[in-house]
Design a protein around this ligand. Structure first.
Ligand SMILES: Cc1ncc(COP(=O)(O)O)c(C=O)c1O
Length: 385
């Protein structure tokens, strides 16, 4: 793999920040965008911008074709059975909210949802919001010392009140890759549907929703070299068919009157309003980039960088990296530093220390459910200071 050629495909890497070349390591938060994706967006605004599924004129037809081509591409990319199972959302967060709000309408007082302690807030809060509708209990699976999920505890939490299991494929905090196929089989053995938060897996791993056999799978374009503002909910058709709409208006109606509205067929039933059709079309080009580069090559390069970063970070006295599960993904997010000031002096000039710590805590500080306070080091920002 020719890294310099790949670097050359990312216009942002040409820029300097305060006189220094940009080094960007914040890919769990969002990835950068290759030229072909940027050009696809510009091209569409310059030549093909028209609302989708709304007009018979040429531009509208072309825009619709581009959007639907992207849907079919994503379907093939994750091996879904049909394009109707691909719902466009604003991102992973909206996709999970959609399932919680729509599928969750059937939940009743006393029902239980199984989550894990390593979930992103996007896979916690939508389920908590169901509390306004019914008294639902969240059962949370713990992790072992090395960051692996406690599979035995997961298995033991199922009972006849369990109505959903929702967990990440790859943890954004620990890099742990969960045994999704096995976890899904355990849930299904209890008749429980599974939602997989794939936000951190889809940029790195080959996703096959039929092989995993999950019922819902969610991910975001902006973490996969694609534009921001687009995400995907994959849903098993039989479940999507029986779920009520999430939002109302626009393309999700078949017929509307003040007395009664009938809803559009899948996938449009869940796509109210004008979708982000420009970015949806450009997402197709991001998948081109991933496929051309090759997921195997991407993974090899990431593992090399992970091994190097882990080795060098471990040379720093007093520093602990959380998450050392075997086969972990290339995520170093959560570290604690006994003597914080020394670390800051290592990565940035000392005179910028206060400014940087303020920036970290205000922009990136957050409570991690896994362990106390976690922050994602905005290394690109730090390098530029
Ligand atoms: C594991 C995980 N789930 C969900 C999200 C939310 O994704 P988005 O902000 O694109 O909706 C993130 C974002 O960092 C994530 O890492």
């Amino acid at each position: 793999m020719d890294i310099n050629r790949i670097r050359g495909e990312f216009p942002i890497l040409d820029r300097k920040v305060n006189g220094k070349p940009l080094i960007y390591l914040d890919n769990t938060a969002t990835s950068q965008t290759p030229r072909e994706v940027v050009e696809a967006i510009t091209r569409m605004y310059e030549t093909t911008k028209a609302n989708v599924h709304r007009g018979v004129h040429t531009l509208s037809q072309e825009a619709t074709d581009l959007q639907e081509a992207s849907r079919r591409r994503i379907q093939r990319y994750i091996n879904a059975a049909a394009p109707e199972e691909i719902i466009f959302t604003r991102g992973t967060t909206e996709a999970i909210n959609l399932v919680a709000a729509s599928y969750g309408q059937r939940f009743r007082d006393g029902d239980e949802i199984i989550l894990t302690v390593m979930e992103h807030h996007a896979n916690i809060v939508p389920w908590q919001l169901l509390g306004n509708h019914a008294d639902i209990k969240l059962r949370v699976v713990d992790i072992r010392e090395n960051g692996e999920l406690d599979l035995e505890q997961y298995r033991s939490l199922f009972n006849d009140r369990t109505v959903m299991a929702a967990f990440c494929h790859v943890s954004n905090v620990l890099g742990t890759v969960n045994p999704v196929k096995e976890m899904t089989a355990i849930a299904h053995a209890h008749g429980v549907p599974v939602l997989v938060d794939g936000a951190q897996a889809s940029p790195h791993l080959r996703i096959d929703v039929r092989d995993l056999d999950c019922d819902f799978y969610t991910f975001s374009s902006h973490k996969m070299y694609g534009p921001a503002g687009v995400g995907v909910l994959y849903g098993r058709r039989s479940l999507l068919e029986e779920m009520p709409p999430y939002q109302g208006g626009g393309e999700m109606i078949k017929h509307v009157s003040f007395e009664k509205t009938t809803f559009a067929d899948l996938p449009f039933k869940f796509e109210a309003g004008t979708p982000d059709f420009v970015d949806i079309a450009a997402f197709d080009k991001a998948i081109d980039f991933i496929e051309r580069t090759g997921l195997d090559n991407i993974e090899r390069q990431e593992q090399e960088l992970l091994a190097y970063a882990t080795e060098r970070l471990n040379e720093i006295a007093g520093l602990t990296i959380y998450g050392n599960a075997p086969g972990k993904s290339a995520v170093i997010f959560d570290i604690t530093i006994q003597e914080e000031q020394e670390i800051v002096a290592i990565v940035v000039p000392k005179d910028k220390k206060t400014e940087i710590m303020q920036a970290i805590s205000s922009a990136h500080g957050m409570d991690s459910p896994a362990h106390g306070v976690a922050f994602s080091l905005p290394v690109d920002g730090i390098m530029g200071l």
